[in-house]
Every structure is written in C-alpha cells, then in structure tokens.
Design a protein around this ligand. Structure first.
Ligand SMILES: [Zn+2]
Length: 476
C-alpha cells in the first residue's frame, strides 16, 4: 500500500490523501488550496496523474479546503462515486456551485484587468472550474449514513463517524485488504471539540493501524465556553447599550455563523443580553447552511435541538432575519444602532461583509467582532497609525480562544499569522480594509448582492513543522 499526501502537508489547506494498492486507488478528501499567492497555481497543478484510474473518493466534510477541487477532479476525467454523509452532500450542493461562481468571477476579473492594461492576451484565463462542472461533479455523490458500513470496492470497507466539526463532518475509518491482510486507516478530517455548539461531540475511535490526524490548532489551548460567552455578551452590551452602535460579525457561512446564532440566543435565554435585539444574517450561503442545519436536526446535539424547539414558541424572539435579496441587504445600511449583523466572508476578503464594514468601520460607536481565523494575505484590520475615530475591533485568534480573544494592543502582525486585534480603528485603516480607497476594487465584491464565498474553517496559518512529509511518498 502506498500513501501520498497531495495537500495539507507543510500547510493547512488542500487536504487530499491518495491511497494505492495493487487492486485499488482512491482519494480521501479533495480540498482546494486557499490563501497566499501560490494557491491558484497549486490548484491548477493538482492531480498530475490519470484521474480516470481512481476508483472512488471519500470526503470527510464540506469545507472547501477539503472538498473544493472535486469539480476539477471530475472535469479531469474521474468517473467514480464520491462517498460522504448526507448532510455533507447537501452542503456541497450549495458550496461547490458557489465556489465555481467565484472561480468564474476571478477569471473574468483577471481577463478584464489584462485587457484594461492593454496587455496582449494570447489566451484568456479559464476559471479553475465552472458552475456547470460543479453541478456535474455533484452527480457523483453517494450519501452514506454515520456508523453505517460502506463497501466502495471489494478490498475496501469504510465507516463515517461523527467528527463534531461542522454539520455532516466525519472521521473516516477505512479497512484495506491486501495480500490476505487487512489494515485499518483512520482519517480524522477536521476535528471538533467536545461541548462545541450545534454539532455533537466527536466520536472516540478506539484503534487504528495508521492514524492521519489534522492538527491546525494542535499547539493551542482553547478557552472555555463560559469565557467566550462573557466576551460576546460584553461586546454586545457595550456597543448596543452604552455606545448605541451596531455589532458587525464577519463569520464563515458554514459552521461559524450557526455557532454565533446559537451563542447569541443562549445569551438572550440567560438574560445576559437584551432579547429584543435584531440579528441580521446577510449571506445567502449562511442562510442555506442554517436551513440545512434545521433540516438535519437529527444529527445536531441535544442542547441545540431543545433551543430550536424553544425558539419556535418564544413570542417572536429571538428576532433573527435572513436577508433574501439585494434590497434587504441594502436596507441594513439605514440601521444605525441596536443591530447585530452577521455576514460572510469570515476573512473579510469577499462577500457582503465588505459592504457592512464599509458602512460601520468608520463609526466609533460600532464594534467589529472577529470570530474566526484571518489568514495572511487577507484584508486583516490593522491599526497602522492613528487610533482615533473608528469602530472598535474585538479580535479573535481561534486557535487561542474559541471565538473571541482578550483585548490587547493593536499592532500590525507579520503576514501568515492569525490576527487578534482590538482597539479603535483609524478611518484610513477602515477605508483600506473595505477597499474604498487607494485603488482597485474587484467587481461584485463590495456590492450588496455579491455572492458569498463558500470558504470554510481552514485558512492558512503558519505552516507547522512537519519535516519532509510533504516531499516523501511514505510506504505503508
Ligand atoms: Zn473544516
């Protein structure tokens, strides 16, 4: 048996393992490289082998850094089945076409820029994959329930176990037979923490001959849920009650948005924030992901099911509004105080969040709550000089804390590290962050109605030291 790391080695994104024996070849995950200048080249160079000779794919979860190259893999000739959980399959029906839409827009923009510069263009840049190719890849999905044994090949059986990371996420147990001997491989995918909102706790796996475990935050201690709740309650009360502004929350559409909704509702139930606050979810992808969370309520944890039931008969509270169209989104601009606005993308580099930052970053009575990982190369808020006149930034380094990080002095961070910043933001920095001055703005990225990207958890923090693992083809 031979195992090759095609991605997520010496870096965090692009998760993809290639397993080969004399009888079978398969992939576990098919992730896109994200963040940094080299990502596009790596995505285009991926799969320098005959994709038609791969028998099947197993997917741990829907985040794009684990699933986002599936349309390209299919476009390059793969014709086998793709096994994953039903909730992941549902999420992929939203996320892969959305990712393709972004690829098409990126290519369109690159071609437009070259033409605008008057450069000679021999051949137009093609998108990494198209919406049609993404739709076609979805036909290969074969949903498999948690804990059910699946036999994708006569020499392979596997089982999806709850990883507690996002809706539908799985640790995959794989038994491979070769030469009369069976060996068990376990692929962790991204692992959740016990006690995480919405999803159930990860299932403990008792044994493996070979364990492949993701370790993005393996060197960090997470703060307690109570600390996280207290910090969020403070940010909301201080902004809404004392300063009379809005709270803006950039959040990944799948997973983090639902977590934040859960925490806000929990704080209202405990009476720690006012229950008549208006919460706006302004991201089509986040709306779809939230609908799917409700659809798959059988796999959410008991606390979240109870909360869903309570909210149904709670006199109209909490007031969560999901924007439906561009007009809804633009109407939020008129709200000057008392609103909590959750929007994507979580790293502020695309989607409607840029629009909300543009309207609120320059107002010192507002607070921006950074709830997730901010990769190097994305428009992280940085102090960069004057400290007066802008919104308060409550930052997060999700590796160090669950969502919110303790306040600390604002200072620029070196690229490639997660950022945790707090303090007033200068109007210049605010303008810079949302792309409203100093040069190019991409079409469709700072407008209401721009599509939100299906970016998920990953990001690209400083690469952990993995020795030579990326370069080797280890023999199993
Ligand atoms: Zn993930």
């Amino acid at each position: 048996m031979q195992l090759t790391f095609l991605g997520a080695a010496r870096e965090v994104t692009g998760s993809c393992y290639f397993v080969e024996t004399d009888a079978v070849r398969f992939l576990v995950d098919c992730g896109m490289f994200q963040g940094g200048r080299e990502a596009d080249g790596k995505n285009r160079q991926a799969f320098d082998f005959d994709c038609r000779r791969v028998d099947f794919v197993l997917l741990t979860h829907a985040h794009i850094d684990h699933s986002g190259l599936l349309p390209r893999f299919v476009a390059l000739g793969f014709r086998g089945p793709v096994y994953t959980t039903p909730a992941t399959a549902d999420l992929l029906h939203v996320m892969l076409p959305d990712s393709a839409h972004i690829q098409e827009k990126e290519a369109e923009w690159a071609n437009y820029q070259r033409r605008a510069r008057g450069a000679k263009v021999r051949r137009e840049t093609a998108p990494l994959y198209t919406v049609a190719q993404a739709q076609s890849s979805l036909k290969r999905l074969r949903p498999a329930e948690y804990d059910e044994e699946v036999r994708p090949h006569r020499t392979v059986r596997c089982r999806f176990r709850d990883a507690g990371h996002i809706l539908g996420s799985a640790v995959i147990e794989v038994w491979v037979s070769e030469g009369g001997r069976s060996r068990k491989l376990v692929f962790s995918g991204d692992l959740g923490q016990p006690g995480h909102p919405i999803v159930r706790d990860p299932v403990a796996i008792a044994e493996a001959d070979l364990l492949l475990v993701e370790s993005t935050y393996g060197n960090r201690m997470h703060k307690s849920m109570e600390d996280t709740l207290s910090e969020l309650a403070f940010a909301v009360n201080d902004t809404v009650r004392r300063k009379g502004g809005n709270v803006i929350v950039p959040a990944f559409a799948v997973g983090r948005t639902q977590d934040i909704l859960y925490l806000l509702t929990e704080l209202m139930r405990q009476g720690r924030i006012e229950k008549d606050l208006d919460i706006y979810v302004d991201s089509p992808m986040a709306t779809s992901a939230t609908e799917l969370t409700v659809k798959h309520r059988e796999i959410v944890d008991a606390e979240s099911r109870a909360l869903l039931d309570r909210n149904r008969n709670n006199g109209g509270y909490p007031r969560i509004r999901f924007t439906e169209d561009v007009e809804d989104s633009m109407a939020i601009n008129d709200i000057k105080s008392g609103a909590i606005i959750i929007s994507a993308s979580g790293m502020c580099e695309a989607g409607r969040i840029k629009h909300h930052l543009r309207y609120n970053l320059g107002r010192k009575e507002c607070t921006i709550v950074i709830t997730g990982f901010q990769a190097g190369g994305t428009p992280r808020p940085q102090a960069g000089g004057r400290r007066q006149g802008g919104a308060h930034l409550q930052g997060a380094d999700p590796g160090a804390g669950r969502y919110l990080h303790h306040r600390r002095a604002v200072r620029p961070r070196r690229p490639g590290r997660a950022d945790g910043v707090a303090g007033p933001l200068s109007p210049a920095a605010a303008a810079n962050l949302c792309g409203s001055r100093g040069g190019r703005r991409r079409p469709g990225l700072c407008r209401p109605g721009a599509r939100t990207p299906g970016l998920g958890g990953g990001g690209a923090p400083a690469a952990p030291d993995l020795g030579d693992i990326g370069a080797r083809r280890p023999r199993v």
